[in-house]
Design a protein around this ligand. Structure first.
Ligand code: AMP
Length: 217
């Protein structure tokens, strides 16, 4: 399974990738998680990415392509992978196509998860994340609170609101999505690998993806 998940911030890419990974054994690769881990670790990548991320802007394509190339060369990717939050721009998609050709890989599907804007805004402002870079578990103060207020169920880390989940940063991220990432929907449609889902139910989306992959043989 070699799959791309497209969708605005808050569309549920991470949740769907998680479910598909558990079901298929493919690895979930989230550029957002990798970049947040780098910021937390204070390494060179993190230093370069931090300012862009806190403003809700995209990190430059070259940085993201370098990290993706080394990630896709890791042995666990042989079982398949789910790209969550990548590619985010047409140049990234083109560079990914070239990387696939170089590595002898073929994309199975690009899944476009469409969710109404009011649902997205509500989800993002109520989302909380474990600040432990090795965990980054996601909670929601309305629909999925942790058992103990402010404490991660999985690792005991602190649960916080991400710096890019303030109202201003969210508005910026949604505009960036519309300008830079939404054009990828047409891009993958033209390549004949696009599946668009309009459900807000994770189970329905996973079922639609699984059915489409089975259909493709
Ligand atoms: P996410 O958790 O996927 O919403 O990503 C959080 C932030 O990380 C984004 O707002 C960007 O600043 C950065 N980021 C994640 N993935 C990419 C990417 N493929 N290209 C550029 N920036 C990215």
């Amino acid at each position: 399974m070699k799959l791309i998940l497209l969708g605005a911030p808050g569309a549920g890419k991470g949740t769907i990738a998680n479910l598909l990974a558990a079901q298929s054994g493919a690895v979930q690769i989230s550029t957002g998680d990798i970049l947040r881990g780098a910021v937390e670790a204070g390494n060179e990548l993190g230093k370069q990415a931090q300012a862009f991320m806190s403003r809700g802007e995209l990190v430059p394509d070259e940085l993201v392509m370098d990290l993706m190339e080394s990630r896709l060369r890791e042995p666990d990717c042989a079982q398949g992978f789910l790209l969550d939050g990548f590619p985010r721009t047409i140049p990234q998609a083109q560079a990914l196509g070239e990387l696939f050709a170089k590595l002898g890989l073929a994309l199975d599907l690009a899944v476009n998860i469409e969710v109404p804007r009011d649902v997205i805004l509500d989800r993002l402002t109520t989302r909380r994340t474990c600040e432990n870079p090795a965990c980054q578990a996601i909670y929601n103060i309305k629909s999925k609170p942790p058992q103990v207020d402010g404490v991660c169920d999985k690792c005991g880390g602190n649960i916080v609101q991400r710096a890019d989940e303030t109202t201003d940063a969210i508005a910026h991220r949604l505009r960036t999505y519309a300008d830079k990432t939404a054009p990828l929907i047409d891009y993958y449609e033209q390549l004949g690998v696009l599946l668009t889902t309009r459900s807000t139910s994770s189970e329905d989306i996973v079922a639609a993806v699984t059915a489409q992959l089975a259909d493709n043989g």
